[in-house]
Design a protein around this ligand. Structure first.
Ligand SMILES: C[S@@+](CC[C@H](N)C(=O)[O-])C[C@H]1O[C@@H](n2cnc3c(N)ncnc32)[C@H](O)[C@@H]1O
Length: 514
């Protein structure tokens, strides 16, 4: 039974006001301020879908609702639309910031909401089981660990241990602590839906949260939103909705993984045994884990040694156009060709002139000078002046100050094969593989793939063979690249060198068999 019609239209009116109010309150805050307290509201449609799904899980039980980070009440509004008032025994919300809490309070006056303008993580959980909640829905603040005060981190860790026995990693964000600290607020058999960044599924510091989900409660479902259809246009995170029941998991328990589309109509779904999750370092490959299934086979690391491109320490100083190099009086022997960043690189194959320099519309050069200072002062006074001007600033930066001389670079060989370090989804692909036929090296916006012995022997000096290797790299399954790396909101895909080396390499293996 849903809410009665008259009440329903009252709720609709309040919800219209709430949405306007949310917008107005957001606009009064800078993005930085909102970041600090993780203030990114749940879109109304998603909140509604969330509560509809919660209703399916909770069934016909009376509701005791808790939102530990209520904002203006997106989920509470959806609760009132979904359940009749008579079915709501209690509803409590926490909000730390009066900027959202005060209008929330006046908006929902006359409804069952008990709003507590407090820090949820500092509040004492109900001592009596009857006061606990059987429906906990929350979009907790996405505050990253480096924005948490050291003392707060220690306090949160202690509270998590007391609440669940789990000590969260020091790098865990505030949202992870919300999940664990909320544990004693749930009644036996309660349902919880947490809208949190999906990163915890892949990163090392998510391990303890995954342990909690696998052992302290029954993990029911994880829905990952497709980052290209991000739910929060203004928060750069990829979100997942984690559903659990406050009950110890049964044996042979399976978890539903869904991806893309919406909560009620996901694009893909699959059941994954808990034992499989236990063994998997990363969960974002589920349910589609074709890439993982092949992980036992050869990987790119068997054929390539992968390194990030060089970190110059100050690209604006060390990387320049030919004209800038001339103006600064830098001799050719102190310059090496370097590729422009992926966004400026229009083509995926880089041709070279007879000297090996890349044929690009805009050539860039890297200052990499090993000449001693007295020689530069004597022979290249203009260049000397520019170094002197930068010595106290650029020269003192961490990386530069550790080099000798500070205006030299790490010795690095060029390679035929490059891969973008971060990429946006384009059509069917994510990362771009670049075929570099020049002697240019690359900065750390690329990964550089150096063929190991067997592959280097296969290529020899034959550009046609190198091209076939490039084509084999380009044929790697996009899903395998996505599953092996990390995904950020707004559809940003990142691959660390070690992650790229773990990607299955069937196409390269097949090439070597020819
Ligand atoms: C991601 S927003 C979600 C707001 C709302 N529930 C929604 O879904 O639209 C998180 C909210 O938690 C509040 N918040 C941040 N830290 C908090 C804390 N320690 N205790 C209670 N609320 C907190 C923020 O001010 C913000 O309003």
């Amino acid at each position: 039974m849903r809410a009665a019609p008259a009440l329903k239209s009252a709720v609709e009116r309040i919800e219209t006001r709430r949405l306007a109010l949310q917008l107005a309150r957001d606009q009064l805050r800078s993005r930085q301020q909102r970041n600090r307290l993780g203030q990114f509201a749940t879109p109304g449609a998603l909140a509604r879908e969330t509560l509809q799904y919660a209703h399916e899980l909770l069934g016909s039980r009376q509701v005791r609702f808790l939102d530990p980070a209520i904002g203006t009440g997106a989920f509470y509004a959806a609760l009132l639309r979904e359940w009749p008032m008579a079915a709501i025994d209690a509803a409590t919300g926490f909000e730390i910031d009066r900027h959202y809490g005060e209008p929330c309070r006046s908006l929902w006056r006359g409804t069952p909401l008990r709003l507590r303008l407090e820090d949820f993580t500092a509040a004492a959980a109900p001592a009596h089981p009857a006061q606990r909640f059987n429906l906990l829905i929350c979009n907790p603040p996405y505050v990253r660990h480096h924005h948490l005060q050291a003392a707060d981190k220690v306090r949160l860790q202690q509270r998590s241990v007391i609440a669940t026995g789990v000590r969260l990693n020091g790098l865990a964000g505030l949202y992870a602590h919300f999940v664990t600290v909320a544990h004693p607020w749930m009644s036996e058999d309660a349902i919880a839906g947490w809208l949190i960044p999906g990163e915890f599924m892949d990163v090392n510091y998510g391990r303890e949260l995954k342990d909690y989900l696998l052992h302290s409660v029954t993990l029911l479902r994880i829905h990952r939103f497709d980052p290209t259809e991000v739910q929060f246009s203004d928060a750069l995170v990829s979100s997942a909705m984690v559903w659990l029941r406050n009950q110890k998991p049964g044996r042979a328990h399976q978890i539903e993984f869904t991806y893309g589309g919406s909560l009620s109509r996901p694009r893909t779904r699959g059941l994954v045994p808990a034992s499989r999750l236990e063994a998997a370092a990363k969960w974002t490959g589920f349910p589609k884990d074709r890439g993982m299934a092949r992980a036992a086979a050869a990987t790119l690391g068997d054929y390539f040694h992968v390194k990030r491109g060089i970190a110059t320490g100050a690209n604006a100083f060390f990387i320049m156009t030919s004209e800038q190099a001339v103006r600064r009086g830098i001799p050719q022997q102190c310059l090496r060709p370097i590729l422009p960043g992926p966004r400026q690189l229009q083509c995926d194959e880089i041709l070279a002139d007879a000297a090996g320099d890349p044929l690009l519309t805009r050539s860039l050069w890297l200052l990499d000078c090993r000449l001693p200072e007295d020689r530069i002062r004597r022979d290249y006074p203009l260049f000397w002046q520019s170094l002197e001007a930068a010595r106290a600033g650029v020269g003192q930066r961490y990386l530069c100050s550790r080099r000798a001389p500070w205006y030299s670079q790490e010795a690095r060989e060029p390679t035929h094969f490059l891969c973008t370090y971060m990429a946006r989804r384009r059509g069917d692909g994510v990362q771009r593989f670049i075929f570099n036929r020049s002697s240019a090296i690359a900065a750390n916006t690329y990964l550089m793939l150096y063929p190991r012995e067997a592959l280097a022997a296969f290529i020899g000096d034959d550009p046609a063979r190198a091209r076939r290797v490039w084509q084999a790299l380009k044929s790697i399954d996009t899903q395998a690249l996505i599953a092996g790396g990390r995904v950020y909101g707004g559809g940003m895909y990142k691959l660390e060198p070690r992650e790229l080396m773990r990607i299955p390499a069937r196409s390269i293996a097949a090439l070597l068999r020819t």
